[in-house]
Design a protein around this ligand. Structure first.
Ligand code: ATP
Ligand code: MG
Length: 142
């Protein structure tokens, strides 16, 4: 997790958002496939970077009730309340004028949710327009 965050931080260098990693406790090993988990993180951190012009992306991880929870918190454009139910749908994207990139296809979160669910977890989202977005998912502890 730490090395992945560092890789992203290097890529965006000194423009755009800052990336912080906060691990509240030492994390136990999880019952999860590392490639899938990396893909989940790449998608969520990639979105946070894409939809956050200036500000901070915080990644938090902690263990609770035999689960490890991971949160990706950004201070970006946010998602309208009426759009939140659709973010995990294939090919769905919010109003293009709000997106920094037009390059996305809208498939990232659909895949991300599948990968989380394949590992027995769930993914949640909270967001406020112009304030930012938080995605949260869990992995079972081995
Ligand atoms: P890609 O297939 O390249 O990931 P995408 O990023 O547009 O394209 P998703 O990752 O599935 O597609 O996200 C769907 C839509 O949800 C985005 O187009 C964007 O409108 C919205 N969204 C996702 N993550 C965020 C975020 N962190 N902040 C604001 N909006 C977001
Ligand atoms: Mg995406």
């Amino acid at each position: 997790l730490t090395s992945l965050v560092e890789r992203f931080a290097d890529q965006i260098m000194d423009y755009g958002p800052t990336i912080k990693l906060e691990c509240i406790q030492e994390l136990p090993p999880v019952l999860a496939d590392s490639d899938r988990t990396e893909q989940i993180l790449v998608n969520l951190i990639g979105n946070a970077i894409r939809y956050t012009e200036k500000g901070t992306i915080t990644i938090k991880a902690w263990s609770e009730n035999k689960q490890v929870w991971v949160e990706i918190i950004d201070t970006g454009i946010g998602i309208k309340p009426e759009d939140l139910p659709y973010v995990f749908e294939r090919f769905w994207r919010a109003d293009k004028s709000r997106s920094r990139y037009s390059g996305g296809t809208g498939i990232g979160l659909a895949i991300t949710r599948r990968l989380v669910e394949l590992q027995g977890g769930k993914i949640e989202v909270e967001s406020e327009v112009d304030q930012g977005t938080t995605f949260r998912f869990n992995l079972a502890i081995g």
